[in-house]
Ligand binder design. Sequence first.
Ligand SMILES: [Zn+2]
Length: 284
Amino acid sequence: MPQIPYNARHLAGDTYVVPALTNAGFIEGLLIDTCEDEAPFAGVPIDLLAITHGHADHFSIGHVIREAGARVWVARDDASLVENPDINIRGMFSWAKPGDTLTTKLFQGVPCGVDEYIEDWDDPRALAVPLPGHTMGHYGFLTRDRVLFSGDAFYPMDLWERHPLPYAIDPGMVVSSLERIRATDCDWIVPAHARPIAREDAEEHIDFHISQIREIEELLLDRLRTEHTTEQAIAMVSAQRGLSENPPAYWLAVATVKGFLGELLSRRQIEFFVREHAGWWRTV
Ligand SMILES: [Zn+2]
Protein backbone atom coordinates (compact mmCIF):
# COMPACT_ATOMS: atom_id res chain seq x y z
CA MET A 1 0.00 0.00 0.00
CA PRO A 2 1.34 3.45 -0.87
CA GLN A 3 1.34 5.96 1.96
CA ILE A 4 -1.51 8.42 1.71
CA PRO A 5 -2.91 11.13 4.02
CA TYR A 6 -4.92 9.25 6.69
CA ASN A 7 -8.24 10.97 5.96
CA ALA A 8 -7.86 10.86 2.17
CA ARG A 9 -10.89 9.68 0.19
CA HIS A 10 -10.31 7.49 -2.80
CA LEU A 11 -11.71 8.88 -6.04
CA ALA A 12 -10.18 6.97 -8.96
CA GLY A 13 -7.04 4.94 -9.65
CA ASP A 14 -4.29 6.44 -7.47
CA THR A 15 -6.07 9.77 -7.03
CA TYR A 16 -7.39 10.86 -3.63
CA VAL A 17 -9.11 13.91 -2.20
CA VAL A 18 -8.03 15.19 1.21
CA PRO A 19 -11.27 16.89 2.33
CA ALA A 20 -11.05 20.16 4.29
CA LEU A 21 -12.08 23.82 4.04
CA THR A 22 -9.72 23.78 1.08
CA ASN A 23 -9.69 20.32 -0.48
CA ALA A 24 -6.29 18.97 -1.46
CA GLY A 25 -5.59 16.39 -4.15
CA PHE A 26 -3.10 13.57 -3.82
CA ILE A 27 -1.62 11.14 -6.31
CA GLU A 28 1.55 9.17 -5.56
CA GLY A 29 3.45 11.89 -3.72
CA LEU A 30 2.05 14.77 -5.77
CA LEU A 31 -0.02 17.10 -3.60
CA ILE A 32 -2.37 19.63 -5.25
CA ASP A 33 -3.01 22.56 -2.86
CA THR A 34 -2.91 22.02 0.90
CA CYS A 35 -5.53 21.82 3.63
CA GLU A 36 -5.16 24.08 6.66
CA ASP A 37 -4.17 21.19 8.94
CA GLU A 38 -0.77 19.51 8.60
CA ALA A 39 -1.67 16.33 10.54
CA PRO A 40 -3.00 14.34 7.53
CA PHE A 41 0.36 14.74 5.77
CA ALA A 42 2.64 13.66 8.64
CA GLY A 43 4.93 10.90 7.42
CA VAL A 44 3.42 10.93 3.92
CA PRO A 45 6.13 11.18 1.26
CA ILE A 46 5.38 14.25 -0.88
CA ASP A 47 7.91 15.16 -3.56
CA LEU A 48 5.90 17.84 -5.32
CA LEU A 49 3.35 20.44 -4.20
CA ALA A 50 1.39 22.12 -7.01
CA ILE A 51 -0.50 25.23 -5.91
CA THR A 52 -3.51 26.14 -8.05
CA HIS A 53 -3.20 29.87 -7.31
CA GLY A 54 -1.76 32.47 -4.99
CA HIS A 55 -4.49 32.74 -2.35
CA ALA A 56 -3.24 31.84 1.11
CA ASP A 57 -6.04 29.34 1.85
CA HIS A 58 -4.58 27.13 -0.90
CA PHE A 59 -1.08 26.92 0.56
CA SER A 60 -1.80 27.29 4.31
CA ILE A 61 0.81 24.69 5.25
CA GLY A 62 2.83 24.84 2.03
CA HIS A 63 5.92 25.93 3.97
CA VAL A 64 5.68 22.81 6.16
CA ILE A 65 5.37 20.50 3.14
CA ARG A 66 8.32 22.26 1.48
CA GLU A 67 10.49 22.01 4.59
CA ALA A 68 9.76 18.27 4.59
CA GLY A 69 11.33 18.05 1.12
CA ALA A 70 8.69 18.80 -1.52
CA ARG A 71 9.41 21.09 -4.46
CA VAL A 72 6.76 23.77 -4.84
CA TRP A 73 5.26 24.67 -8.24
CA VAL A 74 3.20 27.81 -8.88
CA ALA A 75 2.36 29.69 -12.08
CA ARG A 76 4.64 32.62 -12.87
CA ASP A 77 1.87 35.19 -12.39
CA ASP A 78 0.95 33.91 -8.92
CA ALA A 79 4.39 32.90 -7.62
CA SER A 80 5.06 36.23 -5.92
CA LEU A 81 1.69 35.98 -4.10
CA VAL A 82 2.78 32.65 -2.62
CA GLU A 83 6.25 33.88 -1.70
CA ASN A 84 4.80 37.04 -0.18
CA PRO A 85 1.06 36.89 0.64
CA ASP A 86 1.19 40.58 1.64
CA ILE A 87 1.25 41.44 -2.07
CA ASN A 88 -2.43 40.38 -2.33
CA ILE A 89 -3.28 42.68 0.54
CA ARG A 90 -1.41 45.60 -0.97
CA GLY A 91 -2.94 44.97 -4.39
CA MET A 92 -6.41 44.97 -2.87
CA PHE A 93 -5.72 48.46 -1.51
CA SER A 94 -4.25 49.89 -4.75
CA TRP A 95 -0.73 49.19 -3.41
CA ALA A 96 -1.16 51.57 -0.48
CA LYS A 97 -0.75 50.13 2.98
CA PRO A 98 -4.06 49.10 4.58
CA GLY A 99 -4.62 48.59 8.31
CA ASP A 100 -4.85 45.01 9.56
CA THR A 101 -8.61 45.03 10.12
CA LEU A 102 -9.39 45.44 6.44
CA THR A 103 -7.97 42.24 5.15
CA THR A 104 -9.68 39.01 4.34
CA LYS A 105 -8.34 35.90 6.05
CA LEU A 106 -7.99 34.35 2.61
CA PHE A 107 -5.10 36.69 1.86
CA GLN A 108 -3.31 36.29 5.20
CA GLY A 109 -0.89 33.44 5.28
CA VAL A 110 2.57 32.12 5.87
CA PRO A 111 4.87 32.68 2.88
CA CYS A 112 5.99 29.58 1.00
CA GLY A 113 9.04 29.39 -1.23
CA VAL A 114 8.50 28.59 -4.92
CA ASP A 115 10.91 26.26 -6.76
CA GLU A 116 9.41 25.95 -10.24
CA TYR A 117 6.88 27.60 -12.53
CA ILE A 118 3.85 25.59 -13.66
CA GLU A 119 4.50 26.89 -17.20
CA ASP A 120 7.40 24.37 -17.22
CA TRP A 121 5.20 21.53 -15.89
CA ASP A 122 5.94 18.02 -17.17
CA ASP A 123 4.86 15.28 -14.79
CA PRO A 124 3.27 11.95 -15.71
CA ARG A 125 0.93 12.05 -12.71
CA ALA A 126 -1.07 15.05 -13.90
CA LEU A 127 -1.54 17.63 -16.63
CA ALA A 128 -1.56 21.34 -15.78
CA VAL A 129 -4.63 23.10 -17.24
CA PRO A 130 -4.56 26.93 -17.35
CA LEU A 131 -7.78 28.27 -15.78
CA PRO A 132 -7.19 32.03 -15.27
CA GLY A 133 -9.79 34.59 -14.17
CA HIS A 134 -10.01 34.02 -10.41
CA THR A 135 -6.35 35.07 -10.43
CA MET A 136 -4.06 35.64 -13.42
CA GLY A 137 -1.99 32.51 -12.85
CA HIS A 138 -4.70 30.07 -11.79
CA TYR A 139 -4.17 26.44 -12.93
CA GLY A 140 -6.17 23.25 -12.55
CA PHE A 141 -4.63 19.77 -12.53
CA LEU A 142 -5.98 16.75 -14.39
CA THR A 143 -4.57 13.57 -12.91
CA ARG A 144 -3.86 10.55 -15.10
CA ASP A 145 -6.91 8.99 -13.38
CA ARG A 146 -9.14 11.58 -15.11
CA VAL A 147 -9.76 13.69 -12.02
CA LEU A 148 -9.65 17.46 -12.56
CA PHE A 149 -8.78 19.53 -9.49
CA SER A 150 -10.25 22.88 -10.48
CA GLY A 151 -9.16 25.08 -7.53
CA ASP A 152 -11.35 28.19 -7.41
CA ALA A 153 -12.00 28.38 -11.16
CA PHE A 154 -15.41 26.74 -10.82
CA TYR A 155 -18.11 27.28 -8.17
CA PRO A 156 -20.77 24.54 -8.21
CA MET A 157 -24.34 25.55 -7.36
CA ASP A 158 -24.17 24.64 -3.65
CA LEU A 159 -21.34 27.16 -3.11
CA TRP A 160 -23.26 30.17 -4.39
CA GLU A 161 -25.36 30.52 -1.27
CA ARG A 162 -22.22 31.13 0.79
CA HIS A 163 -20.39 32.98 -2.01
CA PRO A 164 -22.95 34.99 -3.99
CA LEU A 165 -20.18 37.05 -5.63
CA PRO A 166 -17.16 34.76 -6.07
CA TYR A 167 -13.87 36.61 -6.25
CA ALA A 168 -12.77 37.18 -9.84
CA ILE A 169 -10.33 39.65 -11.30
CA ASP A 170 -11.48 38.96 -14.86
CA PRO A 171 -15.00 37.53 -15.37
CA GLY A 172 -14.43 37.15 -19.12
CA MET A 173 -11.47 34.88 -18.41
CA VAL A 174 -13.55 33.02 -15.80
CA VAL A 175 -16.10 32.17 -18.51
CA SER A 176 -13.36 30.99 -20.91
CA SER A 177 -11.89 28.84 -18.14
CA LEU A 178 -15.31 27.33 -17.40
CA GLU A 179 -15.58 26.43 -21.08
CA ARG A 180 -12.11 24.86 -20.87
CA ILE A 181 -13.29 22.80 -17.88
CA ARG A 182 -16.34 21.73 -19.90
CA ALA A 183 -14.05 20.67 -22.76
CA THR A 184 -11.68 18.73 -20.50
CA ASP A 185 -12.05 14.99 -20.88
CA CYS A 186 -12.40 13.77 -17.29
CA ASP A 187 -14.59 11.69 -14.95
CA TRP A 188 -14.49 13.90 -11.85
CA ILE A 189 -14.16 17.59 -11.11
CA VAL A 190 -12.97 18.53 -7.62
CA PRO A 191 -13.50 22.20 -6.70
CA ALA A 192 -11.34 23.42 -3.82
CA HIS A 193 -14.29 24.35 -1.63
CA ALA A 194 -17.01 21.85 -2.56
CA ARG A 195 -17.56 18.12 -2.86
CA PRO A 196 -16.29 16.23 -5.94
CA ILE A 197 -18.71 16.30 -8.86
CA ALA A 198 -19.09 13.47 -11.36
CA ARG A 199 -18.47 14.79 -14.86
CA GLU A 200 -21.94 13.79 -16.04
CA ASP A 201 -23.45 16.02 -13.32
CA ALA A 202 -21.12 18.97 -13.97
CA GLU A 203 -22.86 20.44 -17.00
CA GLU A 204 -25.67 22.18 -15.10
CA HIS A 205 -23.18 23.51 -12.53
CA ILE A 206 -20.98 25.02 -15.25
CA ASP A 207 -24.05 26.51 -16.95
CA PHE A 208 -25.17 27.95 -13.63
CA HIS A 209 -21.79 29.58 -12.94
CA ILE A 210 -21.79 31.19 -16.40
CA SER A 211 -25.42 32.31 -15.97
CA GLN A 212 -24.52 34.03 -12.68
CA ILE A 213 -21.74 35.98 -14.41
CA ARG A 214 -24.16 37.01 -17.16
CA GLU A 215 -26.70 38.04 -14.52
CA ILE A 216 -24.18 40.35 -12.80
CA GLU A 217 -23.22 41.86 -16.17
CA GLU A 218 -26.88 42.47 -16.99
CA LEU A 219 -27.47 43.99 -13.57
CA LEU A 220 -24.63 46.48 -14.10
CA LEU A 221 -25.72 47.33 -17.65
CA ASP A 222 -29.27 47.94 -16.44
CA ARG A 223 -28.46 50.00 -13.33
CA LEU A 224 -25.66 52.02 -14.94
CA ARG A 225 -28.21 53.56 -17.27
CA THR A 226 -28.25 55.91 -14.27
CA GLU A 227 -24.63 56.91 -13.74
CA HIS A 228 -22.92 55.47 -10.65
CA THR A 229 -19.60 56.20 -8.96
CA THR A 230 -17.31 53.19 -8.53
CA GLU A 231 -18.30 53.12 -4.86
CA GLN A 232 -22.01 53.20 -5.70
CA ALA A 233 -21.60 50.44 -8.28
CA ILE A 234 -19.83 48.24 -5.70
CA ALA A 235 -22.56 48.91 -3.11
CA MET A 236 -25.34 48.25 -5.63
CA VAL A 237 -23.94 44.88 -6.77
CA SER A 238 -23.11 43.84 -3.20
CA ALA A 239 -26.64 44.62 -2.01
CA GLN A 240 -28.22 42.85 -4.97
CA ARG A 241 -26.10 39.76 -4.40
CA GLY A 242 -26.88 39.80 -0.66
CA LEU A 243 -23.28 40.03 0.57
CA SER A 244 -22.66 40.33 4.28
CA GLU A 245 -21.54 43.76 5.44
CA ASN A 246 -18.01 43.68 6.83
CA PRO A 247 -14.65 45.09 5.75
CA PRO A 248 -13.13 41.85 4.33
CA ALA A 249 -16.26 41.08 2.28
CA TYR A 250 -16.33 44.68 1.07
CA TRP A 251 -12.71 44.63 -0.11
CA LEU A 252 -13.19 41.35 -1.97
CA ALA A 253 -16.27 42.85 -3.65
CA VAL A 254 -14.25 45.93 -4.66
CA ALA A 255 -11.90 43.77 -6.72
CA THR A 256 -14.65 41.64 -8.24
CA VAL A 257 -16.97 44.50 -9.18
CA LYS A 258 -14.03 46.37 -10.70
CA GLY A 259 -13.32 43.18 -12.66
CA PHE A 260 -16.84 43.36 -14.09
CA LEU A 261 -16.60 47.10 -14.78
CA GLY A 262 -13.29 46.57 -16.60
CA GLU A 263 -14.80 43.77 -18.66
CA LEU A 264 -17.86 45.82 -19.69
CA LEU A 265 -15.66 48.83 -20.41
CA SER A 266 -13.39 46.80 -22.68
CA ARG A 267 -16.50 45.62 -24.56
CA ARG A 268 -17.49 49.32 -24.83
CA GLN A 269 -20.84 48.56 -23.22
CA ILE A 270 -20.20 51.13 -20.48
CA GLU A 271 -18.04 54.22 -20.24
CA PHE A 272 -15.99 55.84 -17.50
CA PHE A 273 -15.53 59.51 -16.66
CA VAL A 274 -14.32 61.67 -13.80
CA ARG A 275 -16.57 64.33 -12.31
CA GLU A 276 -16.01 66.31 -9.14
CA HIS A 277 -12.96 64.15 -8.55
CA ALA A 278 -14.97 60.93 -8.42
CA GLY A 279 -14.90 58.10 -10.98
CA TRP A 280 -18.27 57.46 -12.65
CA TRP A 281 -19.65 54.72 -14.89
CA ARG A 282 -22.62 54.69 -17.21
CA THR A 283 -24.10 52.39 -19.80
CA VAL A 284 -23.42 53.49 -23.37
ZN1 LIG B 1 -8.87 31.73 -4.32
